[in-house]
Design a protein around this ligand. Structure first.
Ligand code: DC
Length: 226
């Protein structure tokens, strides 16, 4: 197998990672890894199976058997669909409740150790767009291009509101802002794989930019590497 190119898109919740990753996948015809959705799915499975995280290692083999996750890109404007085996669980995992629980679980070493090889397995020809928090820093340090997206808290909350409303979820903006801020803090301050730009990443502030403008910046960067 020849070299499989990887572009990593890391950043805060609501900075535009999902939208941009999807647009890049469509444009380049590459595979997608929505690593946040992978963590959310593991959280969902742990809940479904009523597994106590303190005895996670004892249940590891049972979990591996069932942790078969695939993504379907779908259309622009919709979040990537998440499948657990043959079941579409998109609406079950893209909730604020699962996001909260995932934020706590994803700070545990056993959880990150479990998910790491699953993430790397997505690196398949013709290429991979890896969307997450530690894609460029930890999972794919060899990536060809590393992007780190930021945006103001208010703009990110507005974007999340639109996504949640589309999924039919009622949204209280004040609560959403507080939750986003708390989750940012947890993701940035945790000991394991804290959210930070890789030293060799390009930081793009997407506040006030439309997705097409962000995509164009990334395409220019990718072309300049060739
Ligand atoms: O991007 P998201 O909201 O779907 O991510 C859900 C949670 O998963 C978020 O709180 C941080 C965690 N996460 C992580 O720790 N590492 C990643 N690579 C992706 C997500």
């Amino acid at each position: 197998m020849g070299k499989v190119p990887v572009i990593t898109i890391d950043g805060l919740s609501g900075a535009g990672k999902g939208t941009i990753s999807k647009m890049l996948c469509i444009e380049l015809g590459w595979n997608i890894l929505d690593s946040g959705a992978l963590y959310r799915t593991l959280t969902y499975l742990i809940e479904e199976k009523e597994i106590d995280v303190n005895s996670f290692l004892k249940n590891k083999d049972d979990l591996i058997k069932d942790f078969e996750v695939t993504f379907q890109i779908g259309s622009v404007g919709e979040p990537v669909s998440v499948f657990l085996k043959d079941t579409d669980i998109t609406n079950l995992v893209r909730t604020e409740e699962i996001a909260e629980k995932t934020s706590a679980l994803s700070s545990l070493k056993v959880i990150r150790d479990f998910i790491r090889p699953c993430q790397r397995a997505f690196k398949q020809p013709p290429g991979l767009i890896a969307d997450g928090r530690d894609m460029g820093t930890v999972i794919f340090p060899e990536a060809d291009l590393k992007i780190y997206l930021t945006a103001s808290l208010e703009e990110r909350a507005k974007r999340r509101e639109i996504q949640l409303k589309r999924l039919g979820t009622k949204v209280n903006m004040r609560i959403l802002l507080d939750e986003l801020e708390a989750r940012d803090k947890k993701d940035i301050e945790r000991d394991l794989s804290p959210l930070k730009p890789a030293e060799d990443s390009f930081v793009i502030d997407t506040t006030g930019l439309c997705p097409e403008e962000v995509l164009e910046k990334i395409k220019v960067l990718y072309r300049s590497l060739k």
